[in-house]
Design a protein around this ligand. Structure first.
Ligand code: ASP
Length: 468
């Protein structure tokens, strides 16, 4: 029976079978040891010198070969215990070995933490890079965080709902990724920048509490730590005010830390709050790092930033929204919004959640009355026609009894990065892209065939960029 390496401790004296990768091989004269690695960790296997044939076979093993080892679990001699691993008091005395798959010499070590290896190489061979224990831990941590979030939200009556990836291009801030339609020649889908409109429509549908671990796509120019696609915990709630949304998110963040990161210390609960103006005056930015112990990897300083200006001037001298065009103003500014006056003074109901100097999420209470959303779009200089064309479905939905609602979205990659003490989000994404948006493993984006383009009725102007 195959067991995991970490479970050998429960099989002292018993015959077992391990399957996994040869992590390292050490030859001590007539004795050969291998460390065998599987999803749960590492176990030491010793090949006893009396079994000449087996020792000979073991002598051929190389790092990263996949093997099945049979043997008996035994206690290691007292002075040979490995205190660094939970099963370090035991080893397997091998009685048989089967090679399931050989491996070429990997292009880099997978037993180090990988920080010494160039990132391009790591991405090109990501499936090997993910074998290292640091990456195994990060990707598994991500799964655990997802599971804790799901359990928490399900227990609070949230419904997990998937929204379309093929959607409509609307002017929501960033540039859209476009997908040509074959069946509707000349028309285009857009990949979602966020599920914002669908989640609000779900509130119009009476779902009351929605969440999704959602992929978002924004075609922005390279900026340090951005990825063309990233993941949000996206949620929306009906019949709530700002305090309700903030409270449940604060509770969930604390719950994640206490459940999965008990070694970490949240600096202040309840999370401190600051207005945008205070943050700018005191720290010069709206995502201050409030940690008292910046050298301590276990310090988590959450804070909420509120009372942002709704609008700011764009480069052309018109108004644009600072965060989200669907937000409601703070209630005392509703009159001004509807009358479209004192525009620069209007504060939005937006709240951002900040952790250790990073914005890890943001949301707002929404305009659920059509005239308020219409006023926002009109302040932004959108013509009646543009409003109907891009947002007509929202305005119409709001005419059929939409409850007051609000929500938030977290940048999950960033949150994971901070919790895992990693320097960038690529370390917590299984298959990230380079800064210029390339997938070096699959080699995407790539050219497609003439036939594919013809089917889509697309002609490519001669590319000026030389593809690597
Ligand atoms: N959808 C918004 C975003 O992606 C967040 C929100 O207000 O829910 O930034």
């Amino acid at each position: 029976m195959r067991i995991y390496t970490e479970d050998i401790v429960q099989h002292d004296g018993k015959e077992i079978e391990l399957k996994g990768w040869v992590d390292t091989r050490r030859d001590h004269g007539k004795l050969i040891f291998i460390d065998l690695r599987d999803a749960k960790g590492i176990a030491q296997v010793v090949f006893p010198p009396h079994d000449k044939e087996l020792v000979e076979q073991a002598g051929h093993l190389r790092p990263e070969w996949v093997v099945c080892v049979r043997g008996t679990v035994q206690k290691r001699p007292a002075n040979m215990e490995n205190k660094n691993v939970s099963n370090g008091a035991y080893e397997i005395s091998a009685s048989g070995i089967e090679i399931l798959s050989e491996s070429k010499t990997p292009p880099f070590s997978v037993t180090s933490d990988g920080r010494e290896i160039g990132e391009d190489g790591r991405m090109r061979y990501r499936y090997l890079d993910l074998r290292r224990s640091r990456m195994q831990k990060n990707i598994r941590a991500r799964s655990n965080v997802n599971a804790v979030m799901r359990n928490f939200l399900n227990s609070k009556n949230f419904v997990e709902i998937e929204t379309p990836i093929l959607g409509k291009s609307t002017p929501e801030g960033a540039r859209d990724y476009l997908v040509p339609s074959r069946l509707q020649t000349g028309l285009w889908y857009a990949l979602p920048q966020a599920p914002q409109q669908y989640k609000q429509l779900l509130m119009a549908s009476g779902m009351e509490r929605y969440y999704q671990i959602a992929r978002c796509f924004r075609d922005e120019d390279t900026r340090g730590d951005r990825q063309p696609e990233f993941t949000q915990l996206d949620l929306e709630m009906s019949f709530v005010e700002r305090e309700d949304v903030m409270a449940i998110n604060e509770e969930l963040l604390i719950h994640i830390v206490k459940t999965l990161y008990p070694e970490k210390k949240i600096q202040e609960i309840p999370f401190p709050r600051m207005t945008y103006r205070e943050a700018m005056e005191r720290y010069g930015n709206d995502r201050p790092d409030l940690r008292k112990e910046k050298d301590d990897p276990h310090s988590l300083a959450f804070s909420w930033i509120v009372d942002f200006p709704f609008f700011e001037k764009n480069n052309e001298g018109g108004w644009t929204f600072t965060h989200n065009p669907f937000s409601a103003p703070k209630s005392q500014y509703m009159d001004d919004l509807l009358k479209q006056k004192n525009i620069g003074e209007i504060l939005t109901s937006q709240y951002d959640i900040v952790l250790n100097g990073w914005e890890i999420g943001g949301g707002s209470i929404r305009n659920h009355r059509p005239e308020a959303l219409r006023a926002v779009l009109s302040i932004m200089g959108f013509s009646e026609e543009k409003i109907e064309n891009h947002f007509g479905h929202m305005l119409q939905a709001f005419e059929y009894g939409t409850p007051p609602h609000g929500g938030i979205a977290w940048g999950l990659d960033r949150l994971l990065m901070i919790l895992e003490n990693e320097p960038n989000i690529r370390e917590v994404i299984a298959f990230p892209k380079t800064g210029d948006g390339r997938d070096l493993l699959m080699n995407a984006p790539s050219e497609v065939s003439k036939e594919q383009l013809e089917e889509l009725r697309i002609e490519v102007k001669k590319s000026t960029k030389k593809h690597p």
